[in-house]
Every structure is written in structure tokens, then in C-alpha cells.
Design a binder for this molecule. Structure first.
Ligand SMILES: *Cc1c(COP(=O)(O)O)cnc(C)c1O
Length: 412
């Protein structure tokens, strides 16, 4: 009897196809070595790819707080927050997050991805309308899809297009979703203009500030505070979401805003209800992290100086090359190279020099804009930035020459 081949036997061939088109992703085993240095598969590297923007992830005070939290509460939370998992430490963290962000109330989640895929469907559903910036993070996009609301995707930052879509929408419930700082380009959304549109068209605004929290605004209070839209100026039309595994150096996320909105999310977010609460020891570490974010302004000052130094240095190093530097004032700096193979060659050349900077290729970024995503951190020194500049200045003419001669740039 002839049996048709099972799809379950196709995975090796499908993986081979990923290899063929250079899209198979590999993980590296890393061990932190202090500062921005990482041991990567056994080799010591200077890393420009971590989102630990303030250099807090390995801070001794956070480690000590986590240990104290473990001693007080154990290592597991045991259940969903709606059953018995809402530890005293997690409750205290929510109070602190609301105070820190100057918003009425905060709800703490175990991860940012889970927050967005859960809260968007809790807010809108079939018959409602969603308006989403084309460069939003994957978890906002996935949340939008899960919601089954009608999705209007507008070109990145195109507020005229957003306004037209809002004006035309017959839906009564409208939700605008946007990254506050875009994760691949580092540019900041025009939050006051987004909010004004939401006011005009009776829409709610959900902002994902994964890359602004801790870094932007006075005392690192985030993008809303940066635009003076927190505290007494806070709008009930804004839900502010941020993650705690980036600048805060630990893990998890939260959503904050109007009391009734947050209460609704607590009632209706499936990824909150049907998941085990974050371990309380993380909340202990996070309370310590918030205190350092608030008081240690020097971390943000140092980071700003590094950003300026990198941008000034690159402006010189890139002269006469087709490579461009994205418009960004944040810790995320996109060096747009263009062709995929060239971007990979630069990444490889840097790797050989002990520098780890990830190349980001389509479909993560638009076709023809393969780039290096340089992430700076207060853990870097000025000498670290100079090393990267020096290496890029060395590599640029060599790689461009090879590209021009159509040689195989993989053999650097
Ligand atoms: C990292 C990130 C997330 C996901 O947060 P996790 O806590 O890592 O799950 C969500 N949104 C944006 C914009 C991010 O960069």
C-alpha cells in the first residue's frame, strides 16, 4: 500500500532550507564577565547587543536583594496571581511601579511578550478597531491578531495616515498601539501627537516603552514623563506598558494607567490569569533596581555621553561610504549598511576583532536596509566605544572594496 509521506518527516528538510537561505538562527552560550564583556562560546567579547542599558543586570545590590527575596519567599510563586501567587513582594512592586511612573495603578507581569499578547485582546475584540504602527514590536502585532479586532496598519510614524484611518473607522472602540521607542531604529514616537489624535477620535493609546523605561525622562521615569505626560498631566486615555528585563536589569513587565482600565486588565487578560506569577525574588530585585534607576542619574548621563561619542565618531568614520546612521537619540543606534551580505561581513569582521554587534536583516527590517543594531549601555566605557569606532573605520573601506569587486565578502 502506498502511503503519502508524513509532514512530520519534513522538518529536517525544512531546517535545511533555512540553512540554504541563511535564515537559520543559532544561540550563543554566554557568561557575563563584568562591564559589557561577555564570554561567548568560550571567547571573551565586548558586547554591543544587550538591552541592559543602565548596566544594572549584574549589580551586586540587585543580586543581594534577589537572594534576600529568595530567603524570605522561596524561589517559586506557586500559582497564578489570581489564585495564591500574588506575593507580598509582587504587591509591593506594583505600588512602587505606580509611584515611579507617576500613574494611578500598575499591574506586574512575568514577561513583556505575555503582557502585550494578553492585554490587547482584553481591550478590543471583534467589531472593534486597532491602529498599529508598521514598525511595532512583534508582541503588539501578535496581540492585535489574537484580538480579532480590525487592524489598520499605518506607515511608521505617519500620523496623517493614522488620522485618516481613525476618521474613517466606524468602530466605537478604537485602540492605537505603538512602541514608544522603536526597537530596531531607536527613534521616539511623537507621543503628544498620538495622544491628541486619540483625544480627537475617542481612542485609547497603548504605548510599549520597553526601550524608554529607566532611560528617558526625569529619573528615568520613561517616555511619558519625557513628554511631561505623567503625574498631574497623566491622561486616562493612555495605557503605559514597559518591560523590566531591559534597563531595569531583571525580568518581567508591567502595564500602568487609569485604575478602572488596570482593574479590567486584571480581570480579563488571559496571559495573566492562566499563568504562574513571577517569582517574588524578582520583585525584590526590581524594587532595588527602581531605587537605583531613580537616584543614580550618572548612569543616564554616562550613557548620553557614550551615545554622543558614538554618533560623532561614526559621522567621521562613515564619510564617503554609502552607510548611514539612523536618526536616534537613544541607546539604540542603527548603522544601516544595505545589502545583507555586507552587513554580515561587517558583523563578522567585528567578531574577529572581539566585538559583538548583531546584524539585523529583512524581514525584521525593511528590504535593502540590513544593519548593525548597536546597543549602548552605561556598562560601556568611552574606550569601549572608541574600540568599536576604530574597528568600523578599519572595516568600512575593505568591505566596500570587496563588495565593489563582487568578491565573496564572507572570506574576510
Ligand atoms: C523586549 C520587548 C518586549 C518583550 O518583553 P519581554 O519581557 O522580553 O518578554 C516587548 N516589547 C518591546 C518593544 C520589546 O523590545
Amino acid at each position: 500500500m502506498k502511503t503519502s509521506p508524513s509532514w512530520i518527516d519534513e522538518f529536517p528538510a525544512r531546517i535545511a532550507e533555512l540553512d540554504r537561505v541563511h535564515l537559520r538562527r543559532k544561540r550563543r552560550v554566554v557568561v557575563p564577565e563584568g562591564g559589557a564583556r561577555l564570554q561567548v562560546d568560550g571567547q571573551s567579547m565586548l558586547a554591543f547587543c544587550s538591552n541592559d542599558y543602565l548596566g544594572l543586570a549584574g549589580h551586586p545590590a540587585l543580586v543581594e536583594a534577589a537572594c534576600a527575596g529568595a530567603r524570605a519567599f522561596g524561589v517559586g510563586s506557586g500559582a497564578s496571581p489570581l489564585v495564591s501567587g500574588h506575593s507580598m513582594a509582587n504587591a509591593a512592586l506594583e505600588e512602587e511601579l505606580a509611584r515611579f511612573t507617576q500613574l494611578p495603578r500598575a499591574l506586574y507581569f512575568y514577561a513583556g511578550y505575555a503582557t502585550n499578547i494578553g492585554i490587547v485582546p482584553a481591550l478590543v475584540g471583534e467589531g472593534d478597531a486597532l491602529f498599529s504602527d508598521a514598525l511595532n514590536h512583534a508582541c503588539l502585532i501578535d496581540g492585535a491578531r489574537l484580538s480579532r479586532a480590525h487592524i489598520h496598519r499605518y506607515a511608521h510614524g505617519d500620523l496623517a495616515a493614522l488620522e485618516a484611518a481613525l476618521a474613517q473607522s466606524p468602530a466605537r472602540r478604537k485602540l492605537v498601539i505603538s512602541d514608544a521607542v522603536f526597537s530596531m531604529d531607536g527613534d521616539i514616537a511623537d507621543i503628544p501627537a498620538l495622544l491628541a489624535l486619540c483625544e480627537r477620535y475617542d481612542a485609547l493609546l497603548l504605548l510599549d516603552d520597553a526601550h524608554g523605561f529607566g532611560v528617558l525622562g526625569p529619573q528615568g521615569r520613561g517616555s511619558l514623563a519625557h513628554f511631561e505626560l505623567a503625574g498631574p498631566n497623566a491622561s486616562r486615555r493612555v495605557l503605559y506598558m514597559a518591560t523590566l528585563g531591559k534597563a531595569a536589569g531583571v525580568a518581567g513587565a508591567f502595564v500602568a494607567g487609569d485604575d478602572a482600565l488596570v482593574e479590567w486588565l486584571l480581570q480579563k487578560t488571559r496571559s495573566y490569569t492562566f499563568a504562574t506569577a513571577a517569582p517574588p525574588l524578582l520583585a525584590s530585585a526590581l524594587c532595588e533596581s527602581l531605587a537605583l534607576i531613580e537616584t543614580e542619574q550618572w548612569r543616564r548621563d554616562h550613557l548620553s555621553r557614550l551615545i554622543a561619542r558614538l554618533r560623532e565618531g561614526l559621522a567621521i568614520a562613515l564619510q564617503g561610504t554609502p552607510w548611514t546612521l539612523g536618526e536616534s537619540t537613544t541607546a539604540i543606534q542603527a548603522l544601516v549598511i544595505g545589502p545583507n551580505d555586507e552587513a554580515l561581513a561587517v558583523m563578522e569582521g567585528l567578531r574577529e576583532r572581539g566585538l559583538w554587534v548583531p546584524a539585523i536583516r529583512p524581514p525584521t527590517v525593511p528590504e535593502g536596509t540590513a544593519r548593525l543594531r548597536i546597543a549602548l549601555s552605561a556598562a560601556h566605557s568611552e574606550a569601549d566605544v572608541d574600540r568599536l569606532l576604530q574597528a568600523l573605520a578599519e572595516l568600512a573601506p575593505r568591505i566596500l572594496k570587496m563588495s565593489l569587486e563582487n568578491l565573496d565578502v564572507h572570506c574576510l
